[in-house]
Design a protein around this ligand. Structure first.
Ligand code: 5GP
Length: 208
């Protein structure tokens, strides 16, 4: 028995974080994905309640005031936040929880004393600038001005890479997915997380 890990993936848009999140969820079905609330509009193909809970600013502010969000931030002029209740239930049930949040959210989770010890932060870097730009353009879901804005903001996001426990360069999707999974598997067996082991080892020693 162990408490779940809060597994944070951050990166600038276009570094492949969404794809890598999906890969991790497919490989590790025990992991739960935290679905954020946001005031931005849904992109084509995005489903309310699956990719995000799309809400207006009034409702967002109400949830902040009611303490319903574990963390929240203004990202590119839109509000994003993590609903607290499902995360706490999953952690208590021993599920690891995956967060696709920015550096501001990662900092806020690290500041919550009772969560900090179960927090594992992974930063995903693109291999180079042109690749990042090409990925944003290829995605073609955003208007050009948003792409340009996100390119500009990428540098700001990347400047927080050193606040993370692990850094993965997404040069090759398979390799990056494997590295991220390896981090999770290793963190699960970290000694300080293995609260039930004392009894197990005691029984083991009795049998020797
Ligand atoms: P997008 O609009 O492209 O889905 O997300 C923009 C940025 O907001 C991404 O870097 C994403 O990680 C971040 N983000 C999404 N949800 C949350 C959240 O709940 N909290 C915080 N702090 N950032 C979030």
């Amino acid at each position: 028995a162990r408490r779940g890990i809060l597994f944070v993936l951050s990166s600038p848009s276009g570094a492949g974080k969404t794809t890598l999140s999906r890969r991790l969820l497919a490989a590790e079905p025990q992991v739960r994905m935290s679905v954020s609330v946001t005031t931005r509009k849904a992109r084509p193909g995005e489903i309310d309640g699956v990719h995000y809970h799309f809400i207006d600013e009034g409702e967002f502010r109400r949830r902040v005031a009611a303490g319903e969000l574990l963390e929240w931030a203004n990202v590119f002029g839109r509000l994003y936040g993590t609903p607290k209740a499902p995360v706490m239930q999953w952690l208590d049930a021993g599920h690891d929880v995956l967060f696709d949040i920015d550096w501001q959210g990662a900092q806020q989770l690290a500041a919550v004393t009772e969560l900090a010890r179960d927090l594992v932060r992974v930063f995903i870097l693109p291999p180079d600038g042109p690749t990042l730009h090409a990925r944003l353009v290829a995605r073609a879901q955003d208007a050009h001005d948003v792409v340009a804005e996100r390119m500009k903001k990428a540098a700001g996001e990347i400047s927080h890479w050193h606040e993370y426990d692990y850094v993965v360069v997404n040069r090759d999707l398979e390799a990056a997915a494997e590295e991220i999974r390896a981090v999770l598997l290793a963190e699960r067996v970290r000694r300080t997380r293995r609260h039930g082991l004392q009894g197990f080892v005691a029984r083991l020693l009795r049998d020797l």
